[in-house]
Ligand binder design. Structure first.
Ligand code: UDP
Ligand code: MN
Length: 228
């Protein structure tokens, strides 16, 4: 299959709020690609229905349904759960290429040109961890790569280190806002008041505008319908 899609991930209802904004901001800027979200079974039906109204596809993934050895590894190392769920995007082989966006990102303009880039790397190596820490990366779904990445993660541990390598994101930083760190735009205001910069607050305001906007998509096309 030759389709291309943006992919995000939400394993909790809070991250579903973020995912909604990812989809809305992509549509607002007129993407021509599919928009897909992976969710886990604990996400509420209400959140799932809300996602279905803005995403082309809502894909249920369950880490614990994976292979037994993975199951066992995760029992001892629950911190790997989110990482493995992220790696699930390599199983979306109905698409030839995907751009993964963290659910805490906000797209500020059309970023479809990202699909002109190729996968960050062809095989797992010690350079991989930082790629997964990035909120944005380009990938080619492949079950072969998926298996390789799972093996790599089991051997080398969590991808969530502190190093932040902005591989191939030079141009992106001006076009995609990534609210990385423990405090997200949807966090309670008492948390957000703590030392957030003026710029962060401005972007958070923009995030809320997008969250509360009613760019109701109409299938097919799901065109962006209004400006701020
Ligand atoms: N994520 C999720 N549930 C969680 C934590 C993370 O669905 O409980 C997903 C979500 O897509 C999120 C990504 O994993 O954007 C990476 O986590 P986060 O953005 O919180 O990490 P940071 O970018 O702050 O390092
Ligand atoms: Mn993030």
């Amino acid at each position: 299959m030759s389709g291309e899609a943006f992919v995000t991930l939400a394993t909790t209802d809070s991250y579903c709020m973020g995912a909604t904004v990812v989809a809305r901001s992509l549509r607002r800027h007129g993407t021509t690609r599919g928009i897909v979200v992976m969710v886990t079974p604990n996400v509420s039906q209400q959140s799932r229905l809300a996602l279905e109204s803005v995403f082309d596809e809502v894909i249920m993934v369950d880490v614990m349904d994976s292979e037994d050895r993975l199951h066992l590894a995760l029992l001892g190392r629950p911190e790997l759960g989110i990482t493995f769920t992220k790696i699930h995007c390599w199983t979306l082989t109905q698409y030839s290429k995907c751009v993964f966006l963290d659910a805490d990102t906000l797209v500020l303009c059309n970023v479809d040109e990202l699909f002109e880039r190729d996968e960050l790397s062809a095989a797992p190596d010690p350079g991989w961890p930082d790629c997964f820490n990035s909120g944005v990366f380009v990938l080619r779904p492949s079950l072969h790569t998926h298996t390789g990445l799972m093996d790599h993660a089991l051997q080398h541990g969590s991808f969530d280190g502190n190093a932040r390598l902005h591989v191939q994101t030079d141009k992106l930083e001006a076009t995609i806002v990534h609210f990385l760190g423990p405090v997200k735009p949807w966090s309670s205001s008492s948390q957000r008041d703590d030392g957030s910069s003026h710029a962060t607050e401005q972007f958070a305001t923009l995030w809320w505008k997008e969250y509360l906007s009613h760019t109701t998509p109409s299938t097919p096309g799901k065109q962006p319908s209004q400006d701020w």
